[in-house]
Design a protein around this ligand. Sequence first.
Ligand SMILES: CC(C)(COP(=O)(O)OP(=O)(O)OC[C@H]1O[C@@H](n2cnc3c(N)ncnc32)[C@H](O)[C@@H]1OP(=O)(O)O)[C@@H](O)C(=O)NCCC(=O)NCCS
Length: 142
Amino acid sequence: MGGPETEKKLLDRQARYLTYHLPGDTEMLRVACDGVIVGSIGYWETEREGEPVYETGWEILDAFQGRGIGSAAASALLARLMPLARHLYVMAFPTPQNPGSNGICRKLGFDLLGVEDIEYPLGVFSPHNVWRLDLRRPRPVP
Ligand SMILES: CC(C)(COP(=O)(O)OP(=O)(O)OC[C@H]1O[C@@H](n2cnc3c(N)ncnc32)[C@H](O)[C@@H]1OP(=O)(O)O)[C@@H](O)C(=O)NCCC(=O)NCCS
């Protein structure tokens, strides 16, 4: 994902995330497991082919990965967003080499639309899978 970031960049991001509490628009949420914070997950508005959509992204700390926490968090996020959503679709753009993220998308019923060159981080273009979930459709619960 572009490698480690500077302390300043982390603090800037944290300050920005703390402003992301606009339900139905942008939210960044803690993922907690038995009271321990193990990651974060969020959604925000973006544009896809001229239409507004949501994008989602997630991180689980290394020691807690591979236990179903990421999929449970993504499922909870979708359940939270569905009744508030102003747009039809939620997008996710993991690289093809990210088994955990692609696993979450597959498990939650996202459709794989293809692979595109996407800029992330700024200035770096590389192939990313394009996953889309239709919020009107019932989805599998992990
Ligand atoms: C992506 C991430 C959030 C996944 O969280 P997680 O809690 O490990 O995910 P889960 O345990 O719920 O696994 C989800 C699915 O992916 C699969 N999966 C997870 N890690 C995998 C791995 N290393 N290899 C193969 N499959 C894997 C799981 O098998 C699971 O599917 P299944 O239940 O049908 O078997 C976590 O790996 C992470 O934080 N990675 C670093 C940050 C990152 O890449 N963020 C996303 C950027 S797009």
